[in-house]
Design a protein around this ligand. Structure first.
Ligand code: TXA
Ligand code: MG
Length: 338
């Protein structure tokens, strides 16, 4: 299949391109599109065979459920069976935006979307292209990140093409995404609400909006040590990873580690953030911003770039172990091979 790549203005997307993308979706096809976090791979969420094609294109296990994207909170209520006060509060505060809520699903949502489970993940994206596409298609759109399963999420159209070119009908190229890491996923079927994936909206912000505490724990560790099914299957310890081995190192320990890696004459990439040190010669260095949002916005693009540079190892300096870096540290741990 040939993937039709159509450039759109990210702020004011072209109506013809959107009409064509809406036609593809209504016909059961797949359209990749930018959101404010990463690119999504969309299908009509109410069409089970269209959704099945998402799993095939990504090589995604059928056990990993998808996020349903809708244009506003009213539409969200059409795919969920319950709309608790907590959902109303969070929707009011954070939608449109990078927050995904897990709620009991309605029967109209096909089982393939939720991997057979009784809950559905739903979010209202803020990106103008995603918003315009949802309105043009007038459908809920099931969309995981537009990458092959277990690989890095795409923040640019070329990342999508690299992984899924020839496997999907259409790609709306709206340029680089601004957020850079995937949405925060919060399970509202648990009491207290449980954080399933840290993301751009932090725990403190969620708790302030709710006026109560949420439950946060290391799902990676829990998943490794527990015979129970994973609460969020996408939180498998190894995920979002480049092909090149990636190793995380705590700040301050890099000189030692770099020296050792270099003594083995390996081609090394080093991802660090402002002011954390001077690189030895022969190391390919990428310096990311020292604030969490700025860092997140560029992280995947840098990892995609280094992954293409045929290195033997990518070393990444871990940002501080503080709440505002929680989501970035989570993605780095998942990207590491150790
Ligand atoms: O920012 C994002 O969320 C992007 C853009 C495209 O919206 N999407 C995204 O989708 O990251 P995906 O499929 O790569 O990640 C969805 C996560 C997975 O960890 C999945 O297991 C979890 O949400 N999830 C989906 N439905 C769920 C459910 N019913 N219960 C628990 N976890 C669920
Ligand atoms: Mg993903």
């Amino acid at each position: 299949m040939k993937t039709d790549v159509v450039a759109v203005d990210p702020a004011v997307p072209n109506a013809e391109a959107l009409a064509e993308a809406a036609r593809v979706l209504r016909g059961g096809g797949l359209v990749a599109f930018p959101t404010e976090t990463v690119y999504g791979l969309g299908a009509n969420a109410l069409d089970a065979s269209a959704v099945a094609r998402i799993f095939a294109a990504k090589g995604r296990p059928a056990t990993n459920p998808l996020i349903v994207h809708v244009s506003n909170a009213g539409e969200a209520r059409n795919v969920v069976a319950d709309w608790p006060a907590s959902a109303a509060l969070l929707a009011e505060h954070f939608w449109p935006g990078p927050l995904t809520l897990v709620l009991p699903k309605r029967d109209t949502v096909p089982d393939v979307v939720t991997a057979g489970g009784p809950t559905v993940a739903v979010r209202v994206p803020a990106h103008p292209v995603a918003q315009a596409l949802l309105r043009a298609a007038d459908l809920p759109i099931a969309a995981p990140s537009a990458n092959r399963s277990t690989e890095l999420s795409p923040t640019r159209a070329e990342h999508v093409l690299h992984g899924l070119g020839g496997r999907i009908e259409m790609l709306l190229d709206g340029g680089p995404t601004s957020g850079g890491i995937e949405s925060t996923v919060l399970d509202l079927t648990a009491t207290p609400p449980r954080l399933l994936r840290p993301g751009p909206i932090g725990v403190a912000e969620l708790e302030a909006a709710l006026g109560s505490l949420i439950r946060v724990r290391s799902l990676t560790v829990a998943a490794q040590n527990s015979p129970q099914p994973l609460p969020s299957p996408g939180m498998m310890p190894r995920h979002y990873a480049p092909r090149t081995p990636l190793e995380c190192v705590e700040a301050g320990k890099e000189p030692e580690r770099l020296a050792l890696l270099l003594s083995e004459k390996r081609r090394i990439g080093w991802v660090t953030f402002a002011d954390s040190g001077v690189a030895p010669p022969g190391v390919l260095v990428r310096v990311l911003p020292s604030d969490p949002a700025g860092y997140a916005a560029q992280l995947y693009a840098v990892l995609h770039e280094l992954d293409a540079a045929r290195l033997d190892c990518i070393l990444v300096t871990m940002p501080p172990d503080t709440d505002d870096w929680l989501a970035v540290r989570d993605r780095l741990r998942r990207a590491s091979h150790s």
